[in-house]
Design a protein around this ligand. Structure first.
Ligand code: AMP
Length: 281
């Protein structure tokens, strides 16, 4: 497994693979790998000849008061997991390598970024779209794998790829969960034991929405009220948003008629956690 730190070296390595006719899958991450990331790697490994993992805690997708500096890191552990997952190359650039002095270009996927996490994290998706576009230009993968846990991110990336005519297949992978339903996330590391128990409220609230919709409830307000009540009945929770929206546009729906995205963002202690579910009446 190659460990690559510079853009030039990464380009060269990928060009070498392409010259041999190999297809390349890229799995972009911020590291501190868990089973969710490993599932992305498994899918990438299966779908392509060569598997590249990127580990980069991208500062431009964090707000000034967010956890960029404190974001958990464990390069040694990540490399060992990557080796086991059959990764061929790991791209670990520095911030300076990705954003050298004079850097000034960003990508804004305007409408999709204006909902859900985009509202509470202004600039977040601009940071995500820009770094993903840069990684795509460096690696030039045939396909890239993303998790559905970050549904809005997946939508933003798909939109960008379509709008900018990038010739890359985007693959979405279902959310990997702990046995009690909590979506795996590097930020779960922030949870103390009592907070960890409360963190199950995200998935429970999605299950409640599922139950209500299955019983024929079509009023999103009623469902959101019940979800919020359930979440706030758990200690240490602070709701960022509970949304029932159109899975294509991410705009709130007034009545549940077809498929909807139910999405939640909740702070549990200092961990801001997100989860979502695609539900159909
Ligand atoms: P991150 O390192 O948190 O930026 O995540 C890197 C990639 O892993 C993104 O495409 C995420 O959507 C995906 N991911 C994170 N957690 C999970 C999970 N529990 N299940 C599936 N994919 C995940």
């Amino acid at each position: 497994m190659e460990l690559i730190e510079t853009v030039d070296d990464m380009r060269r390595w990928c060009e070498g693979q392409r010259a041999f006719g190999k297809t390349i899958a890229l799995v972009p991450t911020m590291g501190f790998l868990h089973k969710g990331h490993l599932e992305l790697l498994r899918v990438g490994r299966y779908l392509s000849d060569v598997l590249t993992l990127s580990i980069f805690v991208n500062p431009t997708q964090f707000g000034p008061s967010e956890d960029c500096e404190a974001y958990p890191r464990d390069l040694e552990g990540d490399l060992s997991k990557a080796r086991h997952a059959g990764v061929d190359s790991v791209f670990v650039p520095t911030v300076k390598e990705m954003y050298p002095s004079g850097y000034q270009t960003t990508i804004n996927v305007e409408k999709l970024a204006g909902h859900l996490c985009g509202t509470s994290r202004p600039g977040h998706f601009e940071g995500v779209a820009t770094v993903v576009a840069k990684l795509f230009n460096i690696v030039r993968p045939h396909l890239a794998v993303f998790g559905k846990k970050d549904y809005q991110q997946l939508k933003v990336v798909r939109r960008m790829v379509e709008d900018l005519n990038m010739d890359i297949q985007i693959v979405g992978v279902p959310t990997v969960r702990e046995p009690d339903g909590l979506a795996m996330s590097s930020r779960n590391r922030y949870l103390g034991p009592e907070e960890r128990k409360s963190a199950t409220c995200l998935k429970k609230s999605l299950d409640l929405a599922d139950e209500m919709i299955s019983r024929g409830e079509t009023d999103p307000q009623k469902i959101k009220r019940a979800m919020k009540e359930l979440i706030l009945a758990h200690s240490f929770t602070q709701i960022d948003y509970v949304s029932i929206c159109d899975p294509a546009t991410l705009e709130d729906v007034d009545v549940i008629q077809g498929k909807v995205l139910v999405a939640v963002a909740v702070k549990v202690g200092r961990a801001r956690l997100i989860d979502n579910s695609l539900l159909e009446p």
